[in-house]
Design a protein around this ligand. Structure first.
Ligand SMILES: *Cc1c(COP(=O)(O)O)cnc(C)c1O
Length: 227
């Protein structure tokens, strides 16, 4: 059995090597440990291993976990986790999500931008627009051609702040096949003046880093296979 700490170290090493290949500073890539399907104990283990950012894809599963992990962290003298909502967000959960997560990665409609703008609270709502780069019918996300209009729309909002783009690449056996998708997301972000690029998961995070990812969302390589 390998521990979470050992797996985190291995992922960090692979991230560093990918940065080296791409001539990038590792400080420019944030590791988000996707803890969906794992409990607060696993989150605390990763926190103890130095992970600061965590991802969840369902608000209902995340809220009690975030609270429980905060208690565990406090009890063990660990720093507080920063949480990212990486999944599709339903409008009726938008308000709760805006309060619990530092960044919402899966924003995929103008309607959701509106709901978040009206959600109340004083803090800006930091979001990434999800883009369905490969045009897969089963995936959420703006079509690449609609990103410009969404960014322009968000520019007129006062609370919602679009900081970048996010994508989930098609599931492929060879991560090299995902490279054109990551490259296109990077191109879109530059075209629209956006800084953050959330891309890359267990199967393809190294290629994503080579193509400019500023955040990688890694689950299985850190916590193990999900049941
Ligand atoms: C589950 C999930 C991840 C992590 O996937 P792994 O293959 O476990 O690394 C990343 N992003 C999103 C949106 C997810 O739902």
């Amino acid at each position: 059995m390998t521990s979470v700490a050992e797996r985190v170290a291995a992922v960090r090493r692979r991230m560093e090597l990918a940065c080296e290949r791409a001539g990038r500073d590792p400080a420019g890539v944030r590791l988000i440990a996707v803890s969906k399907a794992f409990g607060p104990g696993a989150v605390a283990e990763a926190l103890a291993a130095g992970v600061t950012d965590f991802g969840e894809n369902r608000v209902q599963e995340a809220l009690p976990k975030i609270a429980a992990a905060a208690e565990l962290a406090a009890a063990r003298g660990l720093p507080a986790a920063r949480w990212h909502m990486v999944g599709h967000l339903q409008s009726n959960k938008a308000r709760a999500a805006a309060g619990a997560f530092a960044i919402l990665h899966g924003i995929d409609s103008i309607r959701l931008l509106d709901v978040l703008e009206r959600a109340g609270g004083n803090q800006p709502v930091r979001v990434l627009l999800e883009v369905n780069v490969a045009g897969e019918p089963t995936k959420y996300g703006f079509a690449p051609g609609d990103v410009g209009a969404a960014v322009a729309y968000a520019g007129r909002l006062t609370r919602v702040r679009v900081e970048g783009l996010m994508t989930v690449a098609p599931a492929v056996r060879d991560p090299e096949e995902a490279r054109p998708v990551f490259r296109e997301l990077g191109r879109l972000a530059r075209q629209h003046g956006l800084r953050e690029l959330s891309m890359g998961m267990t199967g393809d995070f190294e290629v994503a880093i080579e193509e400019g990812a500023t955040m990688v969302r890694v689950g299985r390589a850190i916590f193990g296979e999900r049941a």
